[in-house]
Design a binder for this molecule. Structure first.
Ligand code: HEC
Length: 133
């Protein structure tokens, strides 16, 4: 009797391990796929929704954070719409322009001393560039 109980106890102890392994495996496989599938449309939806408003946010940021220096050319800041000032910068490439906008250079403070997010700063630079292209 005691041996039988012991045996069934062992069987019971073993049972969860045996059933858990394949169950865990099966459940784990589709989980990441489901996650990526769910995350993707969400990110795409965000991107689509952000497109028109980001441009406006860029102009808004320019008018609040960048205009102080970039409208009058404080400390030789390239002025809005001043093609001559922007030409050598555009020749360096937009990537370089963005890098300076984020990291700063000389009197240009990193991110124009603003606390705007990356997309908005990028949009502000694009707004500035749109006036000289
Ligand atoms: C305190 C003044 C000041 C403010 C505020 C400022 N800038 Fe500037 N910015 C400068 C100066 C000065 C330069 C020229 C730096 C140089 O070439 O030495 C410059 C240069 C730049 C350039 C050209 C980078 C290149 O390729 O040479 C970009 C783009 C730029 N600023 C973007 C911005 C944006 C976007 C903002 C607002 C979020 C901003 N700046 C706010 C002073 C300012």
């Amino acid at each position: 009797m005691a041996a039988k109980i012991e045996a069934s106890k062992q069987a019971a102890a073993k049972a969860p391990t045996l059933t858990a392994a394949p169950a865990g495996k099966v459940a784990a496989a589709p989980a990441p796929t489901a996650k990526t599938a769910a995350a993707k449309p969400a990110a795409e939806g965000k991107k689509l929704a952000a497109a028109p408003s980001t441009h406006q946010a860029g102009e808004k940021l320019y008018k609040s954070a960048c205009v102080a220096c970039h409208s009058t050319g404080v400390a030789n800041a390239p002025k809005l719409g001043d093609k001559a000032a922007w030409a050598p910068r555009l020749a360096e490439g937009e990537e370089q322009i963005m890098e300076i906008a984020f990291k700063g250079k000389g009197a240009m403070p990193p991110r124009g001393a603003s606390s705007a997010d990356d997309a908005t700063i990028k949009a502000a630079v694009e707004y500035m560039l749109s006036t000289v292209q």
